[in-house]
Write a protein that binds this ligand. Sequence first.
Ligand SMILES: [Zn+2]
Length: 69
Amino acid sequence: MKKMICKELGGTCDKELTAQSWDEMVGKMTTHVMENHPDVAKDMEKMHAADSQKWGAEMKPKWEAAPEI
Ligand SMILES: [Zn+2]
């Protein structure tokens, strides 16, 4: 299990998200952003449309670096 903060994943708050895997973290962050940060969700959608690999390429190293909890 690893813990990341919304801000680390491109969001705007200090909400802690925990997940067993990167895929689970992506799902939790997506849900969190859509529910809490509609503006960020729009930006992420645009980013994803322009380059579907970009967000993951930027964020996954932070997941890899996060310590196991
Ligand atoms: Zn947030």
